[in-house]
Design a protein around this ligand. Structure first.
Ligand SMILES: Cc1ncc(COP(=O)(O)O)c(C=O)c1O
Length: 386
């Protein structure tokens, strides 16, 4: 055995290498371009329609909407701006609070800030790593009051603009409970499904439970367009508004340039959409491959005492990133050190957002479970194997 696999995790590292059949560097998540990507990119270049006008933008929107079972999809430049726009469309704006989980990628909180609202961080559910409906209910019940059909924070008087759960690593949050709470308390639900394309909660795709949902196609996601995002909704007026706002709010006209509000240049270029069309054609194979890898991880982790994160009964996770729980912070540090040293890429969870300097003034509910998870959970290499 070589020195790179020395240490208590050496045997596990060798088994991970076995799953990927290589002694080379194993990335956390590499894209796979195994379909018509080059063909469609070439066709797109030949058409000269490489920016936001062109057939692939519409085709990508249609194929994603069909796949997740949403009535409308609007392609945009990335997932962060998709979330920013979705929040604006449900009326989130300056001075409001938006409820989200503290354990998420920075972009979730950033998109809230961009609207002029402020994030309020709630704790994670240890079973899903996503927004805990118990924490959400406690906040809504104990810390808000109703006025004119809207919810306000009792302490600051700020309006509660939206709830944004995130399906961590592709594991569906308890979205049905969260949706019921949002309906009962009259707060719009916007799903950050950036990581969970292909994940279902009891047969229904994540991203389709809220007023709007968003996806990301960054290079590390289950499908990629290089950079890109999508807003989905069943509401035709919101879909129209999303398209309008993300195309500089220009009124359609043969020659006139008239912008009826302050809009954004957030539309996804046709080149990126061409990649998206080719990637969507492989979605079923990608999900199947990732779920098979997860089963194999379960196998190699048996008997190690390490807990492998699994989908909840009745749900289907896309297993975007596989995750395992270590006994404590010291074990986590040794695991990260030994695996990365051996060129098997692993990483910890995100630093809970309330600990980032620009979020330190944000209110939160203590985030006890989030911190507990942060000290113990790591992600394992999770690429689609070809
Ligand atoms: C949870 C979450 N939200 C939002 C985003 C933002 O997506 P993007 O990188 O496409 O802006 C990402 C991924 O990058 C993410 O993981």
């Amino acid at each position: 055995m070589s020195s790179v696999t020395a240490g208590e995790y050496g045997p596990l590292i060798q088994k991970i290498r076995g799953l990927f059949g290589t002694e080379e560097f194993i990335p956390l998540h590499a894209p796979v371009f195994g379909g018509r990507e080059k063909e469609l990119l070439n066709a797109c270049i030949d058409s000269t329609f490489v920016s936001s006008v062109g057939e692939y933008v519409g085709a990508f929107e249609e194929s994603l909407a069909r796949y997740v079972g949403a009535k409308h999809a609007v392609a945009v430049v990335n997932g962060t701006q998709a979330l920013f726009v979705a929040l604006q469309l449900v009326g989130v704006g300056p001075g409001q609070l938006v409820l989200t989980q503290g354990l998420t990628f920075a972009a979730t909180g950033n998109a809230i800030w961009y609207t002029g609202a402020e994030p309020y961080f709630l704790d994670a559910d240890p079973e899903t790593l996503g927004l805990d409906p118990v924490a959400l209910e406690r906040y809504l019940k104990e810390e808000t009051l109703e006025r004119g059909g809207k919810r306000y924070d009792k302490t600051t008087g700020q309006g509660v603009g939206a709830v944004v759960p995130m399906h961590t690593f592709g594991f569906p949050v308890k979205i049905r409970q969260i949706a019921e709470l949002c309906a009962a308390y009259g707060v719009p639900l916007v799903e950050d499904a950036a990581e969970s394309l292909g994940s279902l909660s009891q047969g229904r795709h994540t991203g389709t439970f809220g007023t709007l949902g968003i996806f990301s196609f960054n290079g590390n996601k289950i499908i990629t367009t290089g950079g890109g995002g999508m807003i989905v909704t069943d509401d035709p007026a919101l879909a129209k508004a999303a398209k309008h706002l993300t195309t500089t709010a220009k009124r359609p006209h043969k020659w006139e340039f008239f912008h009826d509000q302050l809009g954004y240049n957030f539309r996804l270029p046709n080149l990126n959409a061409a990649l998206g069309v080719a990637q969507m054609e492989q979605m079923d194979r990608f999900v199947e491959s990732k779920r098979k890898l997860a089963l194999e991880y379960q196998g190699i982790l048996l008997g190690t005492g390490l807990k492998f994160l699994q989908e909840a009964p009745g749900d289907r996770a896309n297993y975007w990133l596989n995750a395992v729980e270590l006994p404590d912070l010291a074990h986590r540090e040794r695991f990260l050190e030994q695996t990365n040293e051996a060129k098997v890429m692993t990483r910890p969870l995100w630093t809970p957002l309330n600990l980032l300097p620009y979020n330190q003034q944000c209110r939160h509910d203590g985030l006890a479970t989030s911190l507990w998870l942060y000290e113990r959970m790591v992600n394992l290499p999770s690429s689609v194997r070809s």
